[in-house]
Design a protein around this ligand. Structure first.
Ligand code: 1GP
Length: 245
């Protein structure tokens, strides 16, 4: 079970690589799969803001070739594949759009129940990070102000009190830099469920900073797309690189 894996290994600092199905050809996906097998990546996340096709084929290929848990990080209802190991059921609790708080969940719930996929309720918190992110635009919600960490803390606490199993602090896919360490740290200090952090993590220094600030699970997307050399270079400094996956 993916959630049990996260709980059991969170102190080791877990790493997920986000694969956007639309950014890959079958060939580039196979190349990436080879790299993921050879690096200390714990999970493969699959999702994107706009995905043209159903992700089933990508999920199957990654499951077969990488042999690591494949977790859906769905940007929309169209991105749910019953073949994945788990799905992050994202509630965008930084926003006030009911469709992203409960509406889409109601639509997806019967399908998820029938599919027996592991569902991980996740409080998804978008933080302003210097640009208009796809999440902000597509969800029609405002990110939380980065200079008001107390609001992020209160939102994360509320997510935990509502029964969510993860808090995901999102700086926006494609951001030029990660979220500030003090913000990550303050959220971490106020919740007991695992903390996921992603958005703008582009270098091994970023990775180190986010890990030291308190992230239990770190998500890297854009920085690793179509650049296998970069994957090795970023992960070479990863403190958990000796983990034997
Ligand atoms: C997106 O946090 C992830 O939700 C990954 O972001 O693509 O910027 O690494 P990047």
């Amino acid at each position: 079970m993916v959630y049990q894996h996260i709980l059991a290994a969170r102190s080791e600092k877990l790493l997920a690589v986000l694969v956007d199905p639309d950014k890959h050809t079958p060939e580039s996906l196979m190349q990436l799969a080879d790299v993921l097998c050879a690096t200390p990546v714990d999970f493969v996340f699959v999702g994107g803001s706009l995905v043209a096709g159903r992700p089933d084929q990508v999920v199957d290929l990654l499951k077969e070739s990488v042999k690591k848990p494949v977790v859906l990080f769905p940007g929309s209802l169209l991105q749910i594949s019953p073949n994945a190991d788990a799905v992050l059921l994202l509630s965008l609790i930084s926003g006030r759009n009911p469709e992203f708080l409960i509406g889409n969940h109601v639509v997806a719930a019967p399908f998820l129940k029938k599919s027996h996929i592991e569902v991980i309720p996740t409080g998804y918190i978008l933080i302003e990070n210097g640009f208009t992110s796809s999440v902000e635009y597509m969800s029609n919600t405002k990110p939380l102000p980065a200079r008001k960490p107390d609001i992020a803390v209160a939102t994360a606490i509320a997510g935990e009190m509502l029964g969510m199993k993860l808090i995901y602090l999102e700086g926006g896919s494609g951001a030029s830099h990660p979220l500030p360490s003090h913000l990550i740290q303050q959220v971490k200090d106020n919740i007991s469920i695992p903390l996921v952090v992603g958005g703008g993590i582009r270098t091994s220094d970023d990775l180190q900073m986010v890990a030291e600030a308190g992230a239990d699970l770190i998500v890297i997307g854009n920085a690793l797309e179509n650049n296998t050399d970069r994957i090795y270079s970023i992960l070479s400094e990863w403190p958990c690189k000796k983990k034997n996956n």
